[in-house]
Ligand binder design. Structure first.
Ligand SMILES: NC(=O)c1ccc[n+]([C@@H]2O[C@H](COP(=O)([O-])OP(=O)(O)OC[C@H]3O[C@@H](n4cnc5c(N)ncnc54)[C@H](OP(=O)(O)O)[C@@H]3O)[C@@H](O)[C@H]2O)c1
Length: 208
């Protein structure tokens, strides 16, 4: 597994080489006529949290570049995801699938046949109840992607994974060796930063 340094503060990029395809069947809710079989595998990518602010832009840009996109949402039929269906290319090349990042098996199904996964789904919240969604959800995505034979995962991280360290000089140039301080994040209630840091550290550890 490798991580792109260039994308470190905006997202972390993982290549997966050891996956086996799952045997389970894809269960999905389709947004287009191309239910379930949306195309050539080399050009099929999945975006978790497709309806989120960032996810919507990722979907839009992928469609503009000619990719077939499988987007996930916990409830694809929710009206908050309707804007995705109006994107250029969506009718021909976008399907929406139901998936919760806390459910590993569902992720394996949704990732089947995908060349890449953009993992965007994660709560932007300091609520302690949401930390497992960010951390365990990311591990589930990475492991499910490996098991589904996905070649590359791009994980949307955050500056919050890096900058929360009161003991670091403000003159230091931040790089991939810098992480937010776990205890400081907890003491100050910045659980979003804590969760993004833990998700990336654990993800970079290779799925363990
Ligand atoms: N917005 C920014 O400026 C910014 C900056 C840096 C990094 N980021 C990162 O970008 C990503 C998206 O941020 P955003 O601001 O676009 O978020 P957002 O609009 O608030 O959306 C959050 C997303 O997380 C999904 N989600 C939450 N719990 C989930 C679960 N258990 N299973 C599956 N999906 C779940 C939601 O899916 P449902 O539709 O199913 O609820 C939704 O798609 C996050 O990883 C965030 O850390 C954002």
């Amino acid at each position: 597994m490798s991580r792109s340094i260039y994308t470190r503060h905006a997202c972390a990029q993982f290549s997966i080489h050891d996956g086996q395809p799952p045997l389970s069947t894809i269960t999905m809710q389709s947004s287009s006529k191309a239910a379930g079989g949306n195309g050539d595998e080399k050009h099929l990518v999945c975006v978790t949290g497709a309806g989120s602010f960032i996810g919507s832009w990722v979907v839009k840009e992928l469609l503009l570049r000619g990719y077939h996109v499988r987007g996930t949402a916990r409830d694809p039929s929710d009206r908050k995801n309707a804007h995705l269906l109006a994107l250029d290319g969506a009718q021909e090349r976008l399907t929406l699938c139901r998936a919760n990042v806390l459910h590993y098996d569902g992720l394996c199904d949704v990732f089947q046949g995908c060349h890449g996964v953009f993992h965007v789904a994660s709560p932007v919240s300091n609520d302690p109840e949401h930390v497992p969604t960010a951390v365990e959800g990311t591990m589930n995505v990475i492991n499910a992607a490996a098991d589904a034979g996905v070649r590359r995962v791009v994980f949307t991280s955050s500056y919050g994974a890096v900058h929360m360290d009161p003991n670091r000089s403000p003159d230091i140039v931040l790089d991939e060796s810098c992480w937010s301080d776990y205890d400081y994040c907890k003491q100050t209630g910045n659980l979003y930063c804590c969760a993004k840091m833990m998700a990336e550290v654990r993800g970079d550890g290779g799925g363990g």
